[in-house]
Design a protein around this ligand. Sequence first.
Ligand code: HEM
Ligand code: NAG
Ligand code: NAG
Ligand code: NAG
Ligand code: NAG
Length: 474
Amino acid sequence: MEFLILFLLLAVSLCSISFFYLLRASRHRRLRLPPGNLGLPLIGETLQLISAYKTENPEPFIDERVKRFGPIFTTHVFGEPTVFSADPETNRFILQNEGKLFECSYPSSISNLLGKHSLLLMKGNLHKRMHSLTMSFANSSIIRDHLLDDIDRLIRLNMESWTDRVFLMEEAKKITFELAVKQLMSFDPGEWTESLRKEYVLLIEGFFTVPLPLFSTTYRRAIKARTKVAEALGLIVRQRRKQREAGDEKKDMLAALLAGDDGFSDEQIVDFLLALLVAGYETTSTIMTLAVKFLTETPVALAQLKEEHDHIRADKRESRKALEWSDYKSMPFTQCVVNETLRLANIISGVFRRAMTDIHIKGYTIPKGWKVFGSFRAVHLEHEHFKEARSFNPWRWQNNSSSPNVFTPFGGGPRLCPGYELARVELSVFLHHFVTQFSWVPAEDDKLLFFPTTRTQKRYPINLKRRYKCGEAL
Ligand code: HEM
Ligand SMILES: *[C@@H]1O[C@H](CO)[C@@H](O)[C@H](O)[C@H]1NC(C)=O
Ligand SMILES: *[C@@H]1O[C@H](CO)[C@@H](O)[C@H](O)[C@H]1NC(C)=O
Ligand SMILES: *[C@@H]1O[C@H](CO)[C@@H](O)[C@H](O)[C@H]1NC(C)=O
Ligand SMILES: *[C@@H]1O[C@H](CO)[C@@H](O)[C@H](O)[C@H]1NC(C)=O
């Protein structure tokens, strides 16, 4: 997901630039554009942005501009003038008016990888229908009744095989991929899922090829990998159609797509599944890794979290017993840790949209056709909205709920992330098993970077020790 958003930023549509420059001279003199700096011709402020986001502290890029121009300013990045919003109300306005005043638009290099029938690229009524279908596939009662067992089981299964040194990010990715395949089409991990994952990793790399994807070997390899993944998924879809006709029904996303009155084609279903696989993969695995990183760096929080989870384990007596929904619901501090990690990590730093018409907001005009970036990151890290916003403080969420405009890690409006609850549950269960089973120390210093995606430089290598011998009760 994040790369999608970054990619909007990254994919340079060269021909539009000259057009904009011509247009600006005549028409925009009459409009009151948000103040700002367009930087150099063509590249604008792109290089400043990239070099800021390649460090551990990219905030000055935004801070300096907000200080000079206010929370809504104009910049010019990745080939287009872009209105940047660090203002919660404006962000809300952008999210809520998706499809009316704003629409998301992805470059063709992205849509070729995703497939044209993916939820991310759908518009209008079809989007509405498919978005609500996706929301109900992962709503809390479905997670409680159907998905939680597998989440618990697959996370434990993965952790059983961990050695005394792992790259946490790699392990988290393996877990999230296996979970997604299970949830979408009821496949248990095995050789098939591992070989699918290998292709899939190549496909994901395609999203990061910048700035001229069509000339890059990585991109061509990604397109090939996409074909293979789509073939593998297509095979499953055909099998399942047959099974369905023979009266064998499963309970998963694929079943919902096959059962729909819409009569989706195999191609439509494959695109749809593939995009869901993409959307939950990097995001959830990164948030797992960063939660552990933040906790490691905040020992008091880690101790409190451990206590909460040891307590849940102790109540179970039988050490291998699975977590239940009631356990998930009795992790108040964990939920603070989850929110605080989402707030500070900003896996998706904001959303790109295009103005469908001239838009008047806060005394400014955003001209039709311009790009807009609603930055969640800028709001999440602003002291006015969160006291000492740049430090990890899970306790800030105790006795407190932030206003919904201010905390939007999953976006909002018609494109609200359908995986928002699922991601929270997966992270909580992951943390539960991780802190109850292991103690650990970072194996090397590792840094957070934000470009082209939010990640740690070295995939977070850690040295692990099992807290209890295998099979021993707590
Ligand atoms: C920590 C994990 C996650 C974060 C931070 C996250 C964040 C987001 C955000 C901000 C959006 C809105 C994008 C926009 O408005 O343009 C979004 C959309 C989406 N997310 Fe997530 N997401 C996460 C996990 C997941 C998971 C596990 C799934 C799988 C079910 C998922 C599926 C999707 C889909 C399909 C969309 C597109 C919705 C649409 O365009 O209608 N996400 N996500
Ligand atoms: C969740 O979705 C299912 C259909 O998949 C629906 O029957 C149920 O009412 C929904 N539950 C909630 C809490 O929205
Ligand atoms: C976490 O954030 C969500 C909003 O996304 C909020 O509804 C919830 O109450 C918060 N949890 C805690 C423990 O503050
Ligand atoms: C939250 O409320 C509880 C009980 O009212 C109190 O003991 C605790 O100190 C409060 N925490 C914060 C961070 O205000
Ligand atoms: C409570 O939430 C508000 C709004 O998010 C925030 O400004 C404030 O700092 C929070 N309180 C504490 C004690 O952190």
